[in-house]
Design a protein around this ligand. Structure first.
Ligand SMILES: Cc1cc2nc3c(=O)[nH]c(=O)nc-3n(C[C@H](O)[C@H](O)[C@H](O)COP(=O)(O)OP(=O)(O)OC[C@H]3O[C@@H](n4cnc5c(N)ncnc54)[C@H](O)[C@@H]3O)c2cc1C
Length: 496
């Protein structure tokens, strides 16, 4: 086979498609605008401490579980080493002055919460049953050959996660606790579809892990494999145009004027950006308007903490804290009262470590708070922006100190990123964490297909299927299924 495929963007979706297609004989060219591959998988190092930016923990990595099978197929094992989070409390939800652990496994999960909410035991069992049914019902999550291209029961896209939780659980505090890790999917009350909540919680409930040494090991390993399969991988290659003739795409133009022709193109960028690069009557105005009008999930402000040596014991759980007992309201904060919630995580630099070198604290932040600096460049945004970052860092550090006393005194250095940083590094609209917002009240509106009206132009990434390591890899399998039968890819995964 000698078919050429250009992939625009080296986020997890672009990398996975590049891996699958190059492994199956396509001539792949992967074009990344940044100096580093990986999009949200990028890491950075300051004064010897390494920080992850957009992939902090993963799930279902036990032998025989779904991500383990995908990682094996993608030749990510054994290089990608993971460290299990505390099985009795991988996530801790802190609300209303109490802490609630999430334990791995169906029964331990139910029992640990039923100890505090004994009257809800049967309801918790029902909650877990439905979550499992939805997640395992997806053929790609259980490696069944889908037959037709149906990957999701539409009923689960029409019901909201909050509506479902409220329907099975009676106690209001427990309802909040069960939604307490909603920053993992930027949940919105009455809008986030049930299937997203189910996929995420089933995925982590099986087992939750940090990637030892940082999640960029995933992108580095995928790039090496793509090159081994004969693919070309380029950084500093920013696409500004997709050229078309009367019935198909013919190639791309880079910002330095270089033109590269191709038989197929896959865009891993936000669909609104992809449309801007296309000037062809093949794309209808109504489609452009729909895609450019889609809402994106909320962004965040992240504080990167570098601890003094051997000062902070390694915390093998993730802490989700809420000041307000209504967790669904976390995104509707008043900027003067910010932060009203945060997620605190230690980073894993070595197996069995006793002390943490580094941690991150993430708090929701709406893009409007930094919009006035849009268009400025990294490192050159001016004094006012620096002061804003500093002031917000102080507030977040103080909020952390109130919940985890003594931490502040052990911080040697700290750095911060805003929604603008994410916008610049991943090209996601408004620095959105998970791309296009899925809305169960308008299920077809928020869905952007991997196919476009240009027959040889496809899309991949968190805006297309769903987000996170599992959502993006399964989405990349669906996009690659436009080239190689999905059943064949599943057979390859099972055989590996
Ligand atoms: C703060 C944060 C925390 C997260 N934590 C987790 C987590 O703990 N676990 C988890 O599973 N998921 C997590 N996620 C989600 C996960 O990281 C993403 O869903 C996933 O990595 C997105 O992959 P993607 O393929 O959509 O590409 P992206 O990561 O969005 O990358 C797109 C790439 O395209 C490139 N690009 C854009 N335009 C151009 C152009 N014109 N020319 C060339 N290249 C271009 C960009 O530079 C970028 O590299 C997190 C996300 C964020 C933001």
């Amino acid at each position: 086979m000698d078919k050429r495929v250009i992939i625009i963007g080296s986020g997890l979706g672009g990398l996975t498609c590049a891996y699958i297609l190059s492994r199956n004989g396509y001539r792949v060219t992967l074009l990344e605008q940044n100096a580093q591959f990986g999009g949200c998988l990028q890491n950075f190092t300051r004064r010897g401490a390494k920080f992850e930016t957009g992939m902090h923990y993963i799930g279902s990595m036990g032998e025989g579980e779904i991500l383990h099978a995908f990682f094996r197929y993608l030749s990510l094992l054994p290089e990608t080493r993971v460290s299990p989070l505390d099985r009795s409390a991988y996530d801790i939800i802190s609300i209303a002055g109490e802490q609630f652990p999430f334990a791995n496994g169906d029964e331990p999960f139910v029992e640990s919460l039923a100890r505090r909410f004994p009257g809800e035991r049967r309801h918790l069992q029902e909650y877990i049953r439905v979550i499992n049914e939805i997640a395992t019902g997806s053929p790609l999550h259980s490696l069944r050959e889908p037959g037709e291209m149906t990957f999701l029961d539409p009923a689960h896209a029409r019901q909201s996660a909050s509506e479902f939780i409220d329907s099975v659980i009676t106690d209001n505090l427990l309802r909040q606790v069960l939604a307490g890790n909603l920053p993992l999917y930027a949940g919105v009350r009455g809008r986030t579809p049930l299937y997203i909540h189910a996929f995420v919680n089933h995925f982590y409930n099986a087992g939750a892990y940090r990637v030892i040494g940082g999640s960029d090991v995933i992108s580095r390993s995928l790039v090496a494999s793509i090159q081994r399969h004969g693919g070309e991988t380029r950084t500093g290659a920013r696409v500004v145009k997709i050229s078309c003739d009367h019935d198909k795409a013919t190639g791309v133009t880079l910002d330095n004027g270089e033109e590269i022709s191709s038989d197929y193109i896959i865009s891993n960028a936000h669909p609104a950006r992809t449309l801007e690069w296309l000037d062809t009557p093949l794309i209808r105005r109504s489609y452009r308007e729909r895609v450019s009008g889609l809402r994106n999930s909320i962004s965040n402000f992240t504080l990167y903490l570098h601890f003094k040596k051997d000062a902070v014991p390694y915390l093998n759980s993730n802490l989700y804290h809420y000041d307000n007992p209504d967790v669904w309201e976390a995104g509707n904060y008043d900027p003067n009262a910010w932060p009203v919630s945060f997620l605190y995580m230690h980073l894993c630099s070595a197996e069995g470590q006793q002390y943490a070198d580094a941690a991150i604290v993430m708090a929701y932040m709406r893009f409007e708070e930094v919009e006035r600096w849009k268009g400025t460049r990294v490192g050159q945004r001016g004094e006012e922006y620096k002061a804003f970052k500093q002031e917000r860092s102080e507030r977040l550090l103080n909020a952390l100190e109130r919940q985890v006393p003594g931490t502040r005194a052990n911080v040697a250095h700290h750095y911060a990123s805003t929604p603008l940083t994410y916008l610049d590094y991943t090209g996601t609209e408004e620095g959105s964490m998970y791309g296009i917002l899925r809305d169960c009240t308008e299920p077809s509106q928020g869905v952007v297909s991997q196919r476009t009206r240009v027959p040889n132009l496809f899309q991949v990434g968190q805006n297309i299927n769903s987000h996170g390591i599992l959502g993006v890899i399964t989405g990349a399998i669906i996009t690659s299924g436009e080239f190689i039968n999905v059943n064949e890819i599943i057979r390859q995964i099972k055989k590996t």
